[in-house]
Design a protein around this ligand. Structure first.
Ligand SMILES: [Zn+2]
Ligand SMILES: [Zn+2]
Length: 287
């Protein structure tokens, strides 16, 4: 647990991937004092990384049950590391020869940190020097044919999962972000659509992660770790009737919809979006 003392210059922060297979602590300048880096390159945008750069001697890995998966692309100098079970992008490491800090930690994985209160510094990112070509979508387009709907296509970073959605133009609708444990860690910016407005190719290339009440499967690309969509189950477990009414209501509303992470879509009008942030503290802890 991180104690907050305004007179301190550094702080020990604890963090973990969502499932807890990877846990660490790291000593850093107090986060409220330094801007975090939000890089707009193709991989960082999809993963929603909010980075800090500790000295590697200040990072202590407490548990690494599974070994982090590693994704590289382009010149392969950066290793983007994520939990192979839950998909949380925990850190990246770079080859010393390129002269950058050798480790970046994703603050989204920190425990007891309100990421919405932190200062964010946006940067264009090294990957923009090698322009990224998003993989094309070659599947069947969504069935919905309402002429008021706009077609967006997208993909995980490596292209193993591609998708097309038809929706009202995104600036016209409410987009949701919340700070629950999984949405914060896996950087969901969610759009919920009826199934006939969504077409996804490569679902077999995803890893599905469930937790808690297990009524949702969180699907991320097994190769690059990008969170793409959620499958809301039709079947609900036996304990459903004992859940809090608010929770039950939310589940009922979600059933029959396909939540998509719009970070994976191309040509999103980000500057024009109305993103509603929902403060959701569900008392998460990996114990
Ligand atoms: Zn995990
Ligand atoms: Zn991928």
């Amino acid at each position: 647990m991180s104690a907050s003392d305004p007179s301190k210059l550094t702080e020990a922060y604890h963090g973990n991937c969502h499932c807890g297979a990877f846990r660490f602590h790291v000593v850093l300048p107090v986060l409220s004092m330094v801007p975090l880096t939000s890089c707009k390159c193709s991989i960082c945008h999809r993963k929603g990384y909010l980075r800090v750069y500790p000295q590697s001697k200040n990072l202590v890995v407490e548990r690494d049950e599974l070994g982090l998966a590693s994704y590289q692309f382009g010149d392969g100098m950066v290793r983007h590391k994520f939990c192979p079970r839950c998909g949380t992008g925990v850190m990246d490491t770079v080859a010393e020869s390129i002269g950058c800090p050798d480790i970046g930690i994703n603050v989204r994985a920190f425990v007891d940190v309100d990421i919405w209160s932190l200062k964010i510094r946006e940067v264009k990112g090294r990957a923009d020097t090698n322009p990224y070509q998003p993989p094309g979508f070659s599947g069947t387009l969504p069935k919905a044919s309402d002429p008021n709907l706009k077609l967006y296509t997208g993909s995980c970073h490596c292209g193993a999962v591609t998708l097309a959605v038809r929706t009202r133009p995104l600036p016209e609708i409410n987009i949701l972000e919340d700070n629950c444990s999984i949405c914060q860690r896996n950087a969901y910016t969610i759009l919920e659509l009826p199934p006939d407005q969504v077409s996804i190719i490569g679902t077999e290339n995803t890893t599905s992660y469930e937790f808690g009440t297990k009524f949702q499967e969180h699907h991320f690309c097994s190769t690059c770790g990008v969170s793409v969509y959620i499958r809301v189950k039709e079947e609900i477990d036996d304990g459903f009737e004992t859940w809090p009414e608010e929770r039950k209501q939310k589940v009922r509303e979600n059933q029959g919809k396909v939540p998509i992470n719009i970070r994976v879509l191309n040509d999103v009008e980000w500057e024009q979006l109305k993103i509603e942030r929902i403060d959701e503290n569900e008392g998460y802890s990996v114990g």
